[in-house]
Design a protein around this ligand. Structure first.
Ligand code: NAD
Ligand code: 0WE
Length: 262
């Protein structure tokens, strides 16, 4: 029996079987959790529906976090299946594509800034607020962040400030819900080739350089993020809240490229 047996998990952010959220849903299911998945729009309904069937999800529901009515009604729909939620995974990020290329000040605009913060950061607090009445007394909320929140990574641009806001949101939500027993954490993943990463100029080079620099001398996988989320979602992590966990092969803490001793 898995260490999440009996837990009920809502997982957002699956767009394909390469999504980080797919790796998370798969790991949660492997450990015995029941799943409800969400998908962003009609275009993704069929694909995420098939993934839900493959993972044995109890339901696959629409959620566009740009729409208040979707956020307001999602948990009414979840309540038709479950009376409580134990795990809520937020794996959603977006900035207009043109904001993710070129220099920071060249690419910045009020609109791009508003969209990036709205979809990538505010949405976590909005979902937590809407889920609150259904959260179990040892529930775990998990969001996905990136090192660009604290370092000026070339090309990440307005997503950097948006992830900094997401991490601050994570801490404030953790402070708010802690007295109810609810834990809230972020996983800071190293770069992984997903839909959100495809089409980003130079992403292949970035993957290679990250692997060269990292102590483990490789990139991380969706499955490794998934296993970390399974741990954070479980009672094994009962003392951890308000934390950013790095799952990046050690990249964030080194000062220069790691070279094996010759
Ligand atoms: P992905 O494209 O597979 O997932 C991004 C998801 O965000 C998609 O499912 C998309 O439908 C969803 N989304 C975007 N706008 C939305 C909206 N308005 N409403 C609802 N959903 C919306 O890419 P991914 O890399 O798996 O991204 C998942 C999370 O992981 C993001 O927060 C991303 O910033 C973060 N992350 C990714 C990497 C990486 O290198 N891939 C590294 C660290 C963190
Ligand atoms: O958070 C992300 C990706 C976020 C993202 C990706 C896209 C592509 C498609 C947000 N919005 C969009 N909008 C689109 O139209 N990552 C951590 C992956 C990522 O993206 C980068 C990176 C890394 C790493 C962009 C530039 C530099 C590095």
């Amino acid at each position: 029996m898995g260490f999440l047996a009996g837990k009920k998990a809502v997982v957002t952010g699956i767009a394909s079987d390469r999504s980080i959220a797919y790796g998370i849903a798969n790991a949660l299911a492997e450990q015995g959790a029941s799943l409800i998945l969400t998908y962003q729009g009609d275009k993704l309904a069929d694909r995420v529906g098939k993934i839900g069937a493959q993972l044995g999800a109890e339901a696959v529901l629409p959620l566009d976090v740009a729409r208040d009515e979707d956020i307001d009604t999602l948990f009414d729909s979840v309540a038709e299946y479950w009376s409580q939620i134990d795990i809520l995974v937020h794996a959603i990020g977006f900035a207009p594509r043109e904001a993710l290329a070129g220099g920071y000040l060249d690419s910045i605009s009020r609109d791009a800034s508003n969209v990036a913060h709205d979809i990538s950061a505010y949405s976590f607090a909005a979902l937590a607020k809407s889920a609150r009445p259904m959260l179990s007394d040892n529930a775990s909320l998990i969001t996905m962040t990136y090192l660009g929140s604290e370092r000026a990574m070339p090309g990440y641009n307005i997503m950097g400030p948006a992830k900094a806001s997401l991490e601050a949101n994570m801490r404030f939500i953790a402070a708010d819900l802690g007295p109810s027993g609810v834990r809230v954490n972020a996983i800071s993943a190293g770069p992984i080739k997903t839909l959100a990463a495809s089409g980003i100029e130079g992403f292949r080079d970035l993957l290679t350089r990250a692997a060269d620099m990292a102590p483990l001398q490789r990139n991380v996988t969706q499955a490794e993020i998934g296993n970390t989320a399974a741990f954070l979602g479980s009672d094994l992590a009962s003392g951890i809240t308000g934390e950013v966990l790095y799952v990046d092969a050690g990249y964030n803490m080194v000062g220069a490229a790691h070279t094996a001793n010759e």
